[in-house]
Design a protein around this ligand. Structure first.
Ligand code: AMP
Ligand code: MG
Length: 532
């Protein structure tokens, strides 16, 4: 039996990263450009009135950490108290933003407290987001508003329960201090409540941590940092092997291919896939203006900043993460040694993505047979224009497709009935594309029967990959509105339902419904801005 969980403040802390890597020689906390370091030690700036709003009981239980109740513990999660063994720091990193090299970025509002030795799962990095300014804050305040913190907290956990690699979130603390933001970028800044999320991951290293070193011609440090990544996080790769850097890039390419396939499966749009928001461990990282597809639209992006170019639109994500991997390959070229070898790693992405995407798509419609044969791929491709024609809810559609009969003798009426609720544009269905939908469903049934699909195993497979509950922006927005008024029950309820996204849950159907009309254009529901 596992030992009783310990209080967060009773964890043993170490600061291996800070001890091993070259840090900033300056200790004053002011905005600056740095060189020849991987991080700057900096303490969180205390806040006035920390209050715990939410605690991820699931993550706590996995790690062996008891729910925080003592004010002294909550003050650690707010950045007001530093424990022995912690040496808080902000990472130095750069990144390509919207396709252009942005040079130094760094943790402008995230501060790693240290590596906590969790009773159940070993060392994890605990990082406070919104903990105050660092040398990388540029002109910003280092803080985060409640609205963006609720979104990060809930979505990190939701992503994990969907089975998609992600950084986690342990706690959400209100700071008691106002934070001023111009939410609509329209020159009307307003004060909002501030908050801090305690994020948890094995490491928060990003592509950009490596890119900045090559961009600034610091090859020695590039090797030191990459060796640290290898040793600590990729122990399966021989750290003395000649091809270790190539193998490392292969593995990151593989993980990234799985990651983006997971997003495409559940209809997640990250929204800001800059290289500084790409994890060196293949995790989803930095939840900002993300969104979940509601009416299927391959061109949709939730990010207002990206409205013109739609660089980070849903359907473009596989290409974009490939582009980002190419930037990482360039950054590591001095270590990998040959362009040919780096290209092989990029090929690993293409190959892995091709394979896992195709089997993922097949599983969404209840098939185990590869889409590469019998024209299946082409047939599945015909589904997407149909989804678009009727403005079909991506989540509800695939969940309901499991209810559609594959029996040859099914009446048209009965065939389509389970899907009707998924259509935002019922008119379009009735007037325009009903016949095309029925033809597609008949063909789907025929192909399913031909490959010997059993109704029961089909439903089981589909319900294990097509979630019923996803963290829709309008649900987030409702919970945030209540939380801003001091009512946190909406956050708790969402947290509970999102823990089992593939399971029908009694009394929770209102959290699995289509986006209501009011949310179509409401701020925070359809479009969001960066860095709030
Ligand atoms: P993001 O768009 O959240 O990925 O952030 C891009 C960069 O801006 C990172 O270097 C962040 O640390 C920095 N940043 C975003 N918001 C703030 C803030 N409120 N204060 C300081 N730095 C910030
Ligand atoms: Mg970021």
């Amino acid at each position: 039996m596992a030992d009783a969980p310990v209080d967060f403040s009773e964890l043993t802390w170490r600061s291996q990263f800070v001890e091993r890597m070259p840090g900033d020689p300056m200790s004053e906390n002011y905005t600056r450009r740095v060189s020849r370091i991987t991080h700057s030690e900096v303490n969180p700036t205390p806040v006035s009135a920390p209050k715990l709003i939410a605690w991820s009981g699931q993550l706590g239980a996995e790690l062996g950490i008891a729910p925080a109740t003592a004010p002294d513990t909550i003050s650690v999660l707010a950045g007001n108290r530093i424990l022995p063994g912690m040496r808080p720091y902000a990472y130095r990193y750069g990144g390509h933003q919207f396709g252009h090299w942005a040079d130094q970025l760094g943790d402008g509002r995230a501060i790693t407290l240290g590596e906590g030795m969790t009773p159940n799962a070993g060392a994890y990095e605990f990082q406070l987001k919104g903990a105050g300014p660092t040398p990388y804050s540029r002109r910003a305040d280092g803080r985060a508003v409640l609205r963006s913190s609720v979104r990060e907290y809930l979505c990190s956990e939701a992503m994990h329960f969907l089975g998609i690699p992600t950084t986690r979130a342990l706690s959400l603390v209100a700071t008691g201090d106002p934070v001023v933001r111009d939410m609509f970028y329209d020159g009307n800044p307003a004060a909002e409540p501030g908050a801090i999320v305690c994020r948890v991951a094995r490491s928060f290293l990003r592509f950009g941590n490596f890119e900045i070193l090559t961009a600034h011609e610091e090859p020695e440090l590039l090797r030191i940092l990459t060796d640290e990544l290898l040793r600590e996080h990729y122990p399966e790769i021989d750290s003395n092997g000649e091809d270790r850097y190539g193998l490392l890039l292969d593995e990151i390419a593989r993980r990234t291919a799985h990651l983006v396939t997971g997003w495409m499966r559940v209809g997640f749009v990250h929204g800001v896939l800059n290289t500084d928001n790409m994890s060196a461990l293949g995790l989803t990282i930095d939840y900002g203006p993300y969104g979940w597809l509601e009416p299927y639209d391959p061109n949709w992006t939730p990010n207002t900043t990206d409205r013109e170019g739609r660089r980070y639109r849903f359907s473009h994500q596989p290409q974009i993460v490939f582009w980002n991997l190419t930037r990482l390959a360039e950054a590591w070229l001095p270590l990998i040694g040959s362009e040919k070898r780096a290209e092989e790693s990029l090929g690993v992405f293409q190959k892995t993505f091709g394979d896992v995407y195709s089997s993922m798509m097949a599983s969404k419609i209840g098939w185990t047979e590869s889409l590469d044969q019998n024209g299946h791929g082409e047939f599945v491709g015909e589904l997407f224009p149909l989804l678009q024609a009727t403005d079909t809810d991506y989540t509800i559609f695939f969940r309901s497709l499991a209810q559609v009969s594959i029996d040859e003798n099914q009446e048209d009426e009965n065939l389509v009935r389970p899907l009707l609720d998924a259509f935002y544009d019922r008119d379009q269905f009735e007037r325009g594309v009903r016949a095309r939908w029925i033809a597609w469903l008949r063909e789907y049934g025929k192909r399913s029967r031909e490959m010997g699909v059993q109704p029961e195993s089909r439903t089981r497979l589909m319900n294990s990959v097509n979630p019923k509950y996803v963290f829709r922006n309008y649900l987030a927005s409702r919970a945030i509105e209540a939380a801003t008024a001091g009512d946190y029950s909406g956050i708790d309820r969402l947290y509970r339902v999102l823990q089992s996204p593939y399971q029908d849950q009694a009394g929770m159907d209102d959290l699995a419904t289509k986006r209501p009309d009011w949310a179509k254009t409401a701020p925070g529901c359809s479009m969001l801005s960066c860095s709030s």
